[in-house]
Design a protein around this ligand. Structure first.
Ligand code: ADP
Ligand code: ASP
Ligand code: MG
Length: 431
């Protein structure tokens, strides 16, 4: 078999763990599999590199300018180029160390970093998208019988600059590598046994999900479930790669991420996600005339702010409130941008309110397509806990609610219980 394995930051967090990973890889290799291993930076390294950069930059820029690094969306800024350059070093360190540990364990290995990987991206330095992989060097090393250890998270733009793939991007490096070399499976090895019905660190009776379809995993990842980067699952779905999320500390079967099959719609809710990273903005007393929301969201769009939930009420007095959520890191700059819009700056009746103290909780499952009353059940569970719902949004396979941040975890548990996710599964599949 040709296998791609990706080890996350905690799995390669110190030298002892790197030795454990090397042992595991060496055993797999000796059992006859060809192995390409993608590694993240050692736990905490990427944060440390970013905080050093922030310290340098915020001393020479105003505080709000300093936010460019945390929001990381300024495309062609010189700082973003250097930030990618800097962040990519974390993965280079762990790739070289793991390769050394493998050679030390008697298992021939070679690490590939930066330009050696052949991973091409667009020009968005710290949030780059993969455009292609030339896998010749990986192939050459495999043909020599070596384990190939690839530094995750990094690629090259068309000018040969180092780019990085966004936080958690080593997952996407691994899936892309699996596609490029035609691997039989892409294993994501992490510090949990698989994908759970919700974060097992927050809800102790969360259960491991044996099989989940790509669509559900994409929704969960985009709604705050950290275990996989969204783009990695989108890539896997597009190219039909089987992804196995499992623990790097044991050999238990984890979670298979697979195409949807008929049995999956029997389960109404597959998982529940909590997202604490958003903030709420309300523009009050907006004139209820054509062009109002176009101006609001046009300004934010041009500033690169990703707006999530949007609510606009019908007006009774030709004035209306518009409420929406933005990433919390972009809250200050969003309010600044909005305040400059003519109908906000010139009209004393219009106001901009912001609230960073919110949490978004989402229930996800392809079963929602064929079951009714799902939102009502969710609202009832929240009402029973005395939790006020501030905003709601739905799609075919999810319902999201915004509540006060202090109720976020309580709401998560209430919804997890209400849909029976803590109970033993009925079928072998949980479905
Ligand atoms: P890695 O460093 O291996 O990339 P991450 O920290 O990115 O690992 O992802 C693993 C973490 O994701 C777990 O430690 C867990 O707390 C968190 N997590 C959140 N939601 C879930 C979920 N539904 N199932 C499993 N893990 C989850
Ligand atoms: N080291 C990078 C991060 O912390 C990429 C990754 O771990 O996947 O975001
Ligand atoms: Mg991760």
């Amino acid at each position: 078999m040709l296998v791609v394995q990706k080890y996350g930051g905690s799995s390669v967090g110190d030298l002892d763990r790197i030795r454990v990973v090397a042992d595991r890889c060496a055993r797999r290799r000796r059992a006859g599999d060809d192995l390409v291993v993608v590694v993240s930076a050692m736990a905490g390294q990427t944060d440390h590199l970013i905080s050093m950069a922030n310290e340098l930059v915020t001393t020479s820029q105003s505080e709000s300018d300093g936010q460019w690094i945390s929001s990381a969306r300024v495309g062609d800024n010189a700082h973003q180029r250097e930030l990618s350059q800097l962040m990519s070093t974390g993965e280079k360190v762990s790739a070289a160390l793991l390769s050394m540990a493998l050679n030390e364990a008697g298992c021939p290995a070679a690490s590939l970093v930066g330009h050696q990987l052949g991973l091409r991206t667009d020009r968005q330095f710290t949030n780059a998208r993969i455009t292609g992989i030339e896998q010749s060097q990986v192939r050459r090393e495999l043909d020599k019988g070596r384990v190939v250890v690839c530094a995750g998270f990094q690629g090259l733009d068309p000018e040969g600059n180092i780019t990085t793939l966004g936080r958690g991007g080593s997952d996407t490096s691994a899936v892309a590598m699996a596609v490029a070399i035609g691997a039989d499976v892409c294993e994501i090895l992490t510090d949990v046994d698989g994908v759970y019905t919700t974060d097992p660190r927050v809800v102790s009776d969360a259960r491991k999900i044996p099989r989940i379809c790509y669509e559900e995993m994409i929704e969960l990842a985009s709604l705050g479930t950290k275990v996989l980067q969204i783009r990695s699952v989108e890539f896997a779905m597009k190219y039909g790669v089987a992804v196995h999320v499992r623990s790097s500390l044991n050999t238990n079967e984890g979670t298979m991420i697979v195409p949807e099959d008929e049995s999956m719609e029997k389960v109404v809710v597959r998982g529940v996600a909590l997202d604490r990273s958003e903030a709420k903005v309300t523009v009050t007393n907006c004139p209820d005339v054509p062009g109002t929301v176009a101006k609001l969201f046009g300004v934010l769009g041009r500033a690169g702010v990703v707006v999530d939930m949007i609510i606009q009420n019908a007006s009774r007095s030709r004035r209306t409130d518009v409420t929406f959520t933005v990433p919390r890191a972009d809250l200050t700059s969003s309010v600044e941008q909005l305040s400059q819009i003519d109908f906000i700056a010139d009209d004393a009746e219009v106001g901009v309110l912001s609230d960073p103290e919110i949490s978004k909780i989402s229930i996800v499952g392809v079963g929602m397509r064929s079951h009714t009353g799902v939102a009502a059940r969710a609202f009832e569970a929240l009402a029973n806990e005395g939790i006020n719902v501030q905003m709601v949004s739905t799609s075919e396979i999810k319902v999201s609610v915004v509540v006060a941040a202090k109720y976020g975890e309580l709401a998560l548990r209430a919804l997890h219980d209400a849909f029976g996710l803590a109970e033993a599964p009925r079928g072998a599949d949980g479905g």
